[in-house]
Design a protein around this ligand. Structure first.
Ligand code: GDP
Ligand code: MG
Length: 166
């Protein structure tokens, strides 16, 4: 099993923390240099039977007026060309404009979208359930996985779910 995974989410939701937790010391590629291709490889997670290539989707959290036609196209193409999209949100905050912007962009995308509710260590289980309802109302997700990237909760489960789409 092998494939590309787009990671999207507004700033500070925990994308980097998640990547660090997944890759740990086993970082195969962790480059700050822009790649020759339009997307930045965040890292490659390899197990005996799988390889997951995580891709950063540039510009996707920017407000529409800041995004040129070209950038919009690049972002859309990235989303289309990966096997899975990981949409990471901060479950301890109300859904915001940045999240809504991404959700708009994800509408009509055929690629499976996994909603990752991060920072569950900061919320009461009742609040988590409420948030799930809020997001479900906005878009149809292939899967919804609550995690704490910081504490490492449910990361294994998320990797298993991702594996199911590769
Ligand atoms: P990014 O901008 O999406 O890459 O977000 P970062 O990974 O840089 O995280 C932003 C902040 O949120 C940092 O201070 C992290 O330590 C914190 N953070 C990330 N994940 C979690 C989590 O699961 N729980 C808590 N409590 N904080 C988190
Ligand atoms: Mg980051």
């Amino acid at each position: 099993k092998s494939g590309f995974i787009s990671i999207i989410g507004r700033p500070n939701v925990g994308k980097s923390t998640f990547m660090n937790k997944v890759l740990g010391q086993k970082v195969a590629i962790m480059s700050d240099k822009p790649q020759t291709t339009r997307n930045k490889v965040q890292g490659v997670y390899t197990t005996d039977d799988s390889q997951m290539i995580f891709i950063d989707t540039p510009g996707i959290h920017k407000p529409k007026h800041q995004l040129g036609e070209h950038m919009m196209k690049v972002a859309r193409n990235t989303l289309r060309e990966t096997e899975v999209i990981l949409f990471i949100v901060n479950v301890s905050e109300e859904i915001g404009r940045g999240d809504e912007f991404i959700i708009d962009m994800l509408k009509n995308t055929k690629t499976p979208i996994i909603l990752v509710l991060n920072k569950i260590d900061l919320v009461h289980p009742d609040e988590l359930i409420k948030q799930i309802e809020v997001y479900k109302d906005k878009l149809s997700f292939s899967d919804i996985v609550p995690i704490s990237a910081l504490q490492g909760n449910n990361i294994d489960k998320l990797l298993e779910v991702i594996g199911g789409y590769l």
